[in-house]
Design a protein around this ligand. Sequence first.
Ligand code: FAD
Length: 406
Amino acid sequence: MDPYHELNPQVSKQCESLRDEAHRFAAEVMRPGAAAIDRLDDPRSLTAPDSPLMQVFKAAYGLGYHSAAIPTHLGGLGLSPVGVHMLLEELGWGSAGITLSLVASSVPAMAMIADGRPELMETFVRPFAENRDASWIGCWALSELRHGSDHFLVGSDEFRYPTSGAQLVARVAGPDYLVNGSKASWITNGGIATHALCSVAIEPSKAAQGFLIIPLNLPGVSRGEQPRKMGQREMNQGALMFEDTRVPRHFMLKGEGFELEVVRMLAYAHSCMGAVITGTARAAYEEALEHAKRRRQGGRRICDHQLVQERLFEMFTEVEACRALSRAALIHNLEAATPSLEAAIAAKSYCTRTAFRIADTAMQLFGADGFTAGNLIEKLFRDARLSTVEQGTNEVLALAGARRIL
Ligand SMILES: Cc1cc2nc3c(=O)[nH]c(=O)nc-3n(C[C@H](O)[C@H](O)[C@H](O)COP(=O)(O)OP(=O)(O)OC[C@H]3O[C@@H](n4cnc5c(N)ncnc54)[C@H](O)[C@@H]3O)c2cc1C
């Protein structure tokens, strides 16, 4: 548990009790739920209304965890940035996959809040934030079959159409957009979401892009393939397909321009991911620490061997660094008028890289025991590995970050 929180004057009693409640929820609901889902063979079984995933989602929504960063006047929990960070770290400790799904669910609402139009607040944001039975689930969709990294290289030629050809296109048709095309099978919540924030190319030019909010119960919407993954298997993902889907024109985000909207969205998503994966890193460190205190070799507990002590303290240091970096990025990106995508990328890529390194070291400390199916450390290792590609590969994000500091 965050050992220095009491030294931070920003951390109120309210945050502390929230963190304790979140930790109980992560331990008693999320970890067992995620472990049960991890053993399922068919990812499509997650979309059933009574699936283990939906049960955890309903419980999390019941506590308002999906709307942690949304202000109270719009129906959210309205936590301070430090409170949001604490919550995400605790939930990430319980399950990275489910927590990142909850974050993904909140992304369309956060983008609409930045847009600011009252009709979007009443049509989507408030019903989503006030929802307590997970019947409002959001997702955000940049990735397409032929465009993975391209969409994360903000500011580059690859990022801009028309050179590479968009696969989801919106054409003006009277009061609506007529939407045709598809989004990749990697869209988090793709099989369960009720509404999506989709990047689209706008015809006739295709040079123009925008973010369109698409209710997924509209005629012409269908769901596609759901990948079977090595890690974060408790996260539902799936393709979205659109055929002559009519979407009201005022559901297109306005104002800041597409590039800045992507920057704002990714600054939020990457900062949150840093916090969530700090929880995963801490979980791996704690597993290693407990194992090292328990397991005896050479007549001593393995934590009494100096080389093991050095590795444990290195892990402790790295968790502290993850927390500090991701917390700073999240505070900035929830508070400042101008987003810092570079700070968010630094947090996302450092925390995911570090979590994977910690999980790898922890596996080594477990010896053969670590490789047995059903051992938590083995799952954390798989979950952390995925995070280095999720939401943009760390290499590509470094290129996007470099563009912003040069
Ligand atoms: C668990 C998970 C959840 C996800 N959730 C979402 C979601 O909710 N919404 C969404 O839109 N997407 C989502 N994605 C998709 C994710 O954003 C992409 O997988 C990621 O951006 C990488 O794209 P790709 O898989 O197509 O790899 P590719 O783009 O094909 O890249 C393959 C390799 O080439 C490298 N590469 C590619 N282009 C360049 C370049 N220009 N310069 C240098 N190297 C390059 C990459 O670093 C990588 O190593 C998710 C993915 C995962 C794994």
